[in-house]
Write a protein that binds this ligand. Structure first.
Ligand SMILES: CC(C)(COP(=O)(O)OP(=O)(O)OC[C@H]1O[C@@H](n2cnc3c(N)ncnc32)[C@H](O)[C@@H]1OP(=O)(O)O)[C@@H](O)C(=O)NCCC(=O)NCCSC(=O)C[C@H](O)C(=O)O
Ligand SMILES: [Mg+2]
Length: 299
């Protein structure tokens, strides 16, 4: 059975204090939006930004875009008020789809936040996304992703924070990301084992769209479900990189149809034009078709 997919090819951050960005996001071709209350909002502007974001969510107009609020960290003075604000908004039907928790280091923290949301009366539909952006989080990413098996954690998606990883480790952010490849792959592996989705980190040099396109292709090849972004011009190249090409979708449909032929009933392996296909390839093909259909349904 192929799950109904929600495309998360492009997920755009914007500062919660930036009213123009909150407005503009209603018409941008992003699969998802992350409205930030953490690093992109100065300490003195936190309370006002929180209210502005709550008002923007209540006003709505974000259509099919998945809306996520990145709250301040678990140990900051703003965390509890952020959580209470969006738990209450979710309880009245005007909340985000998920809260993104920065600098998660342990699975227990997710469970504690999930339990706090339960206590605040937030509906189960309010999910948690976890940022993987500390050395400890990368080392423990399998346990963090596995927390998704426990409904109290509400975990749905892992999000890489490559800027913080560079800061914490001294690794350089370079084209091809050789210094971080092992960590990125570990996160993809952990996400798949835990049954959650995983989004790549941001490309800071927002005027270099060729560099961005290269990094999006690399991320798609590594198995990421999508990439987080910081500027509207990054949306089209990112959506293109994570959309299955028409030829791939056509080939996937042909493979599914081939396995459905009466002469192939009961066969575990077939050949088409000199290439071997097993039923696992038909499973991959079904996922490709489901993603392409979900993307088509959105547009
Ligand atoms: C990077 C920016 C500060 C650049 O802003 P600006 O100089 O205003 O750009 P432009 O003049 O080119 O903008 C053109 C129009 O697009 C709108 N715009 C710009 N960015 C966004 C956006 N992110 N979302 C929605 N709309 C946006 C402008 O308002 C202009 O509109 P118009 O008036 O119609 O012309 C800016 O892009 C920005 O703030 N980006 C997001 C920064 C952010 O949220 N950072 C935090 C997350 S990244 C991170 O922390 C990752 C992780 O934690 C890690 O550790 O790696
Ligand atoms: Mg960060």
């Amino acid at each position: 059975m192929i799950p109904v997919l929600r495309p998360r090819r492009s997920v755009l951050y914007m500062p919660g204090a930036n009213a123009r960005a909150l407005e503009k996001a209603r018409s941008l071709p992003a699969d998802g939006l992350i409205i930030d209350l953490e690093d992109a909002v100065a300490p003195d502007a936190k309370a006002e930004a929180r209210q502005q974001v709550a008002q923007a969510l209540a006003a709505g107009g974000y259509g099919p875009r998945e809306v996520v609020v990145r709250v301040n960290g678990f140990e900051t003075p703003w965390f509890e008020a952020d959580l209470a604000c969006f738990a209450q908004a979710a309880a009245t039907g005007a909340g985000p789809d998920a809260l993104l928790i920065p600098k998660i280091a342990r699975a227990e923290t997710l469970r504690a936040i999930g339990a706090r949301l339960d206590a605040l009366g937030a509906p189960a539909s309010l999910k948690l996304w976890a940022m993987i952006e500390t050395p400890q989080a990368v080392q423990d990413v399998a346990k963090i992703a596995a927390a998704a098996q426990d409904p109290v954690s509400r975990l749905g998606v892992l999000v890489l924070g490559t800027n913080d990883l560079a800061k914490e480790t001294g690794a350089r952010i370079v084209p091809g990301r050789a210094p971080m490849q092992a960590w990125l792959s570990l996160c993809v592996l952990a996400a798949r084992a835990g049954g959650v989705e995983v989004l790549d980190g941001v490309w800071n040099d927002f005027r270099d769209l060729d560099g961005l396109a290269r990094e999006c292709r690399e991320a798609a090849e590594m198995g990421f479900d999508g990439k987080t972004l910081i500027h509207p011009t990054q949306l089209d190249p990112c959506n293109a990189a994570f959309t299955p090409p028409a030829g791939e979708v056509e080939a996937a449909r042909a493979l599914i149809a081939a396995f459905d032929l009466p002469e192939h009933a009961g066969k575990g392996v077939i050949q088409i034009e000199g290439r071997m296909y097993e039923r696992m390839h038909a499973d991959i093909a079904r996922k490709t078709v489901a993603l392409a259909e979900a993307i088509a349904a959105r547009s």
